[in-house]
Ligand binder design. Structure first.
Ligand code: FAD
Ligand code: SF4
Ligand code: SF4
Length: 826
């Protein structure tokens, strides 16, 4: 059979994916395939550029390149990379390129994607139309490299990002992570206005500002200021104000890239107009796919529709499914900014009187969620601050799972069917990974073809390699499909992804090699010695667990709270909680606290849930003086560390008291004070089972009973509620101190980063804990006790840094306080 000549213009995510799908359907027998792409590489995952800019991935990561050059060779596809198609002759059926090359076709696919939109702003473009020095879009590797080079070209770079949508915020986050001062300027009145309602936009703004990124809404940029050398010096706004800047990133939207098609006479409105087969209007041999198309009036700016279109087009062209037709896509948006969870789909709020609208708003935590249901179907959802239900909601939005009668359970887990049930119930064609267009069927198929671990499935299907929000669901599907035959995935147990060691192995290596700084750990143990920004904080924590005060403190690896030993608040001020062991204080301490509150005009003095006194609203530069005046040690109310031991009054005063809970609480806190741990640790001691200090819902709870003391582990009463498991009953306070300490050390050495005890205890299992820590089945009890003792002896009050700051900037006011509503003065 003579093969038809198939020519694809554009070697991006849509073009290459369509060719993959065609080959998958035996298309190599039918077509002689040629691709023309103006970027000089194989096809890469554009979505990952946000991670590259933030230093969380690099240009040469395997995950970035979807189809390396060898893929084209191996599949018999001729690729002209680095050449641009400039002219289309629809009648003679050939395409002319910038290089002068001509390529003839029988069937043509146009997959030219989108281009960044640059609004009309003075000083953005030169007279020949090119972007001027210091101005960037955010679309491809070249843009990303350009921004990174500029960011690193001098010490203090100030970037202004024009556009506070998804892409703009990801660009701002990336540049901020690279150490730049960043302002986001957005002309609508709130951020991400395409996907969020006003409240959502404002909640998001607060979270973005907490990253040290300044946000200016309702501001229309009219000019880029330049000096005599044409370097950027600032941007000017319609109201006559301006901002200083060294570089400008424009993320004011994208436009379908239709220039090539339009010039060739193909019908173009907002995009290249296609029918349900992706065939261009009035054409017999020309198709289009991806962001450059307009289908039933819609143009898309996300990747999920690209996958669906590619499948339809491949089915149609190869004849694999003569009924294949594309009917449009329903898209879910997710922001890729570490620590800020935002996802949205469909409408932003009710549009009709009979639309059901369920909303939950908790301003203090930045959690805002809503769903809109019409005629029993989910037509919109918004999740900020907690996106744990995103997997379920995306499926419901796609009509792949039924809605629960109790609508609120779409926003929270109220003991309804778990994720695993969801994974089993999903239809095979349900798209699980939107970023890489992977269906449940493809994942199940991969397991049935022999993939025996989660990481193998991820490597083969690419599911979970984009924004990462589907990873849990992918894990559940793989577990269901393997039906218990799944091999344990070693990577799942690595403490940080870039170092192939479990936490105990990593601890042993760090000890043996004497590695005391995060950079030394990367250099010695990370794959190819490559640094990974996301691993810095967990590694810093681990080094402090291992070496106590003798770790090499590289401040870049620490979160602001750990750098200044205080808890940052919404408005950029800090809260100061002095130590009050067991919640016991004295008139002298109270007088000092009152004096400090007066002297520094502290806006609020508050008794905390852990029975301490919190001075809220202290400026960063005042911290050392406040600590000096208090003359009390830190209460550790900010770190991933041992926090407080809450106590009840106990047998000295309480008529029900069976044990001296206050004394034991004070002793416990004295012993464990300030210990670094994988997540915060809260404890309590109660003088009798009436449990006035709520010991049953603490990480470690101790309760006096007639015969001695009961120890409970893994309790919680925060966002997650869990009654602690009874670990053991002992007779004396000394045994309590010994066993609580041993558990804490075991938790420190074995828990995952940020794993609270309420997850750790059930994961490891109470029986294992009893066997290892009480019966010493592994013979490590004495070592645990000894290592804990070393850490106890290494305790040092971090507030002593007031006398000798670690760096001149430690307590300098680096960022202007954010213009947020201040805590009211009471
Ligand atoms: C930084 C960033 C982050 C993103 N994050 C997400 C995300 O989290 N989730 C999501 O769903 N989507 C995201 N997207 C969008 C996603 O990348 C696009 O939806 C997807 O790339 C569209 O595929 P496409 O093939 O249509 O266009 P592209 O991937 O842009 O490919 C088009 C290709 O055609 C080439 N080309 C154009 N004209 C010609 C010509 N005349 N001759 C030869 N070659 C030509 C272009 O250079 C380009 O290589 C993101 C995009 C960016 C830039
Ligand atoms: S103090 Fe705790 S409960 Fe109160 S708002 Fe803050 S996080 Fe929420
Ligand atoms: S827990 Fe028991 S001992 Fe403690 S205050 Fe309550 S009743 Fe008294």
């Amino acid at each position: 059979m003579t093969r038809r000549r198939l020519l694809v213009i554009g070697n991006g995510m849509a073009g290459a994916r369509t060719v993959e799908e065609i080959i998958h359907r035996g298309g190599k027998e039918q077509f002689d395939i040629t691709m023309i792409g103006d970027e000089p590489y194989g096809n890469y995952n554009r979505i990952m550029l946000s991670h590259v800019l933030a230093g969380e991935a690099t240009i040469d990561d395997d995950d970035l390149l979807l189809n390396p050059m060898s893929w084209y060779r191996d599949n018999g596809v001729t690729l002209y990379a680095g050449d641009r198609a400039t002219r289309l002759d629809r009648f003679a059926k050939y395409v002319r390129c910038e290089s002068g090359r001509s390529v003839s076709y029988d069937t043509l696919i146009i997959a030219t994607g989108s281009t960044s939109f640059f609004p009309n702003i003075d000083g953005l473009r030169a007279s020949d139309g090119h972007l001027m020095k210091g101005v960037f879009g955010f679309r491809n590797i070249e843009d990303t490299n350009g921004m990174l080079q500029m960011a690193h070209s001098r010490d203090k770079t100030h970037a202004v990002v024009i556009g506070g949508g998804l892409l703009g915020l990801e660009a701002a986050y990336g540049l901020r992570t690279q150490g730049l001062t960043v302002d986001v300027v957005h002309s609508p009145s709130y951020l991400m206005n395409q996907q969020l309602d006003e409240r959502g936009g404002n909640v998001l703004r607060r979270e973005i500002e907490k990253l040290g990124i300044a946000v200016h809404t309702g501001a229309r940029t009219t000019s880029v200021h330049r000096d005599a050398a044409d370097d950027v010096t600032g941007v000017g706004f319609a109201d006559g104000t301006d901002l200083p800047a060294d570089m400008v990133v424009v993320t004011a939207g994208i436009r379908p890239n239709t220039e090539f098609a339009r010039a060739g006479g193909v019908i173009v409105e907002r995009g290249i107009v296609v029918d349900d087969h992706m065939r261009c209007e009035d054409e017999s041999a020309i198709y289009a796919v991806g962001e450059c198309v307009q289908h039933r009036g819609e143009v898309y700016g996300l990747v999920a529709p690209v996958w669906e279109q590619a499948v339809t087009l491949a089915d149609h062209l190869t004849g694999a499914n003569p009924d294949a037709a594309y009917h449009g896509s329903r898209i879910t948006t997710k922001l890729k900014v570490a620590g800020i969870d935002v996802a949205a789909m469909g409408v932003k709020g009710p549009e009709r009187d009979d639309d059901e609208f369920v909303q939950f708003y908790e301003p203090s935590t930045g959690v805002y969620k809503s769903v809109v249901v019409r005629d029993g179907k989910l037509i919109g959802a918004m999740l900020l601050g907690d996106v744990s239900k995103i997997g379920y909601l995306s499926q419901a939005f796609d009509d792949k799972v039924p809605l629960p009668e109790e609508r609120i359970s779409m926003l929270f887990d109220l003991g309804g069917p778990g994720e695993t049930t969801g994974a089993m119930e999903l239809a095979d064609d349900a798209q699980v990974c939107n970023c890489n267009g992977v269906t449940k069927g493809a994942i199940v198929d991969c397991v049935h073809r022999g993939a025996s671990s989660l990481s193998e499935v991820i490597a083969q299907t690419r599911a979970g390699k984009g924004c990462g929000s589907c990873k849990n669901l992918v894990g559940d599907i793989v577990a269901c499909a393997a039906g218990g035959t799944l091999e344990p995935d070693p990577a799942a147990d690595y403490y940080v992804p870039c170092i192939p060691l479990t936490k105990p192995q990593l601890i042993a290596e760090v000890r043996d090699r004497g590695l005391r700084s995060v950079s030394a750990v990367f250099a010695d143990l990370a794959v190819d010695g490559k640094e990974d920004a996301t691993a810095k904080m967990p590694l810093a924590s681990l080094l402090r667990i291992i070496w106590g005060p003798d770790w090499a403190d590289e401040r870049g690896a620490l979160f602001i709270n750990d750098r200044v030993h205080a808890n940052i608040q919404r408005d950029g001020t800090f809260s100061v909680v002095p130590q009050m062991k067991g919640g016991v204080t004295t008139p002298d301490q109270l007088r000092k606290i009152a004096d400090v509150a007066d002297k520094y005009n502290v806006p609020m003095v508050k008794v905390t849930g852990g029975q301490r006194i919190d001075l809220l609203g202290i400026k960063k530069e005042e911290l050392p003086r406040v600590w000096e005046d208090l003359g009390m040690p830190s209460g550790f109310a900010y770190g991933k560390s041992m926090r407080t031991v809450k106590t009840c009054v106990g047998s000295d005063f309480c008529r029900y008291g069976l044990g001296d809970s206050t004394a034991l609480g004070v002793e416990l806190e004295t012993r464990l004070q300030g210990l670094e741990s994988p997540a915060k640790l809260k404890m309590a001691v109660a003088g009798c089972p009436r449990n006035c200090s709520e010991a049953l819902c603490k990480d470690v709870g101790v309760v006096a009973v007639g015969s001695g003391w009961e120890i409970y582990l893994g309790g919680a009463a925060g966002a997650h509620i869990r009654k602690g498991d009874l670990f053991t009953t002992v007779e004396t306070p000394d045994e309590v101190l010994l066993l609580c300490g041993r558990f804490v050390q075991y938790y420190r050495e074995n828990a995952k980063w940020l794993e609270r005890t309420y997850d750790f205890v059930p994961r490891v299992g109470l029986d294992t804990l009893k066997s290892v820590l009480l019966d010493d089945s592994e013979g490590i009890a004495a070592e645990l006790d000894a290592r804990l003792q070393l850490s106890v002896e290494g305790y040092r009050d971090p507030w002593l840094e007031r006398a000798a700051p670690r760096s001149p900037a430690q307590f300098a006011s680096a960022l202007p306080l954010l213009p947020l509503p201040r805590v009211p003065v009471r």
